[in-house]
Every structure is written in C-alpha cells, then in structure tokens.
Write a protein that binds this ligand. Sequence first.
Ligand SMILES: [Zn+2]
Length: 125
Amino acid sequence: MTHRKLTQAELLAEARARFGDDPMDWKFTCPRCGDVASGRDFREALAAHPRKNRDGSDTIASDVIGQECIGRTLGALKGPATDGGKGQAERGCDWAAYGFIPGPWEIVLPDGRSVHGFPLAEARS
Ligand SMILES: [Zn+2]
C-alpha cells in the first residue's frame, strides 16, 4: 500500500464520492490483512464487543473506523499472537494505523496536526 497525504476535507469528500453521505457506509481497507470494514460493520462489532476509550467513554464506530482493523474490536488482541495477528477474532487482525508502522495514509487536520489512517476501500468492494 502506498503512502498518501491528504487533508481531512479531501478524505471526507472522497469518502462521500465513493460511498455516499452516510459514514456508516464508508469503508476502509486494513493494510495488513486486507479486511474491508464499513462504519456499520464497526457499529455491529462494538455492539457485540463493547469497549471504552482511554477517557472512559464508550468507543463508537467513528472512533476506530479507518484507524484500526476491525479484528482489534473482535478479539484479535486476545491471543494467541502466533497466527498473523488474528487472535480470537472471526475476521480481521490486530493492525492499527497509529502503530509501529503507521498509515499508510496521512490525514492533515484543520489545526495542522496529522493523523495516520487506513486507505479508503475501492467503491465496490
Ligand atoms: Zn487487519
């Protein structure tokens, strides 16, 4: 996967162009395992496997989509870690865009900071 730098506005415009206005329909591809997950997939995964953010609030789909492989919500962090990062997840792996190998996309926020993210999926995947 190739590195790409774009602004948050550009990312949102591209997501809308590919998938429509509803962020639940937006999809990102995990650069490690290739899993394609939508906002809806994350919402269902989080309903079945509730998590908390570091500040104690409930994790919602928009907190993790494009940032983490859905496997991290579905049990990839619960060993064994010898199976390509899949752990106990029924799909996905333990990859995160903010991990040791970041990105591959870099999104520049309005305040000038940038965050790393997964690439948007192809429109028909
Ligand atoms: Zn993955």
